[in-house]
Ligand binder design. Structure first.
Ligand code: GLP
Length: 237
């Protein structure tokens, strides 16, 4: 794992955007894996700036998002589709039909997961996958205890994850109990992973992820086994 230390969230957003932009420029038809949460917000803002400055085009880019809440429609302000539309897609020249996010309102969620996996397979290998870190060590919505062999699947969210994410919702009760997430086996197939971790509150878990055992109890620890991971963080580890 290559570790790049940054001084704060501004620098993290800038560096992360540079890495993503370089990938898009280097490869004509790039496939990106995207993540949500507060950590990548500044990166998306920087990518929009690059686009507005005429330095970057997403017209040949396809994206696959890591995860989505079950039961939230695309126009629900807490859905990850809404997040992606508002934080990136609506402001750049990407073709919306090439931005894939699991559909949280599908009638058959399991079938939706299988369909999402199929779409990735048909499109090709993800060139660069962005990943954030949950406070309990989750990546995407792969909660502690998830098998490393899982592909895209439906997950029951831990109470602790619902509590952490409740800050984005009117109340804890409004946070969905189920979600759809790319599995760890799917994530590990990406050619390169850009792992973004910001804030002292994640210091303890990040140390376990980077220096601890590779264990399903700490899902992100599996990143130690991937040959091409860049960790961008403002934490001393
Ligand atoms: C959510 C998402 C994850 C994300 C995590 C961290 O649980 N499902 O994909 O990485 O939150 O988010 P934040 O960056 O807001 O700490």
């Amino acid at each position: 794992m290559e570790i790049i230390k940054v001084k704060d969230s501004d620098e993290l957003g800038k560096k992360a955007a540079e890495i993503v932009a370089a990938k898009i420029k280097e490869q004509n038809e790039s496939i990106l894996g995207l993540a949500t949460g507060s950590t990548p917000e500044k990166m998306y803002a920087n990518l929009i700036e690059d686009y507005n400055a005429g330095d970057l085009s997403f017209s040949n880019t396809t994206t696959f998002n890591l995860d989505e809440y079950a039961g939230l429609a695309s126009d629900h302000p807490n859905s990850y589709r809404y997040y992606m539309d508002h934080n990136l897609f609506n402001h750049i020249d990407i073709e919306k039909q090439k931005t894939y996010i699991p559909n949280g309102t599908a009638n058959d969620l399991e079938a939706e997961c299988t369909h999402f996996e199929e779409l990735i397979k048909q499109t090709g290998t993800i060139d660069l996958q962005l990943i954030g870190l949950g406070l309990n060590g989750h990546i995407g919505f792969n909660e502690p205890g998830t098998s490393f062999d899982e592909r895209t699947h439906v997950v029951r969210l831990k109470q602790s994850t619902r509590a952490v994410n409740a800050r984005f919702f009117p109340s804890l009760n409004d946070v969905p109990k189920l979600a759809l997430t790319m599995g760890i086996a799917t994530i590990l197939e990406a050619k390169q992973i850009l792992f973004l971790v910001q804030g002292e509150h994640k210091a303890d878990i990040l140390k376990k992820v980077v220096h601890g055992d590779v264990t399903e109890d700490v899902p992100a620890s599996v990143l130690q086994t991937h040959p091409n991971v860049i960790l961008l963080t403002d934490i001393d580890i």
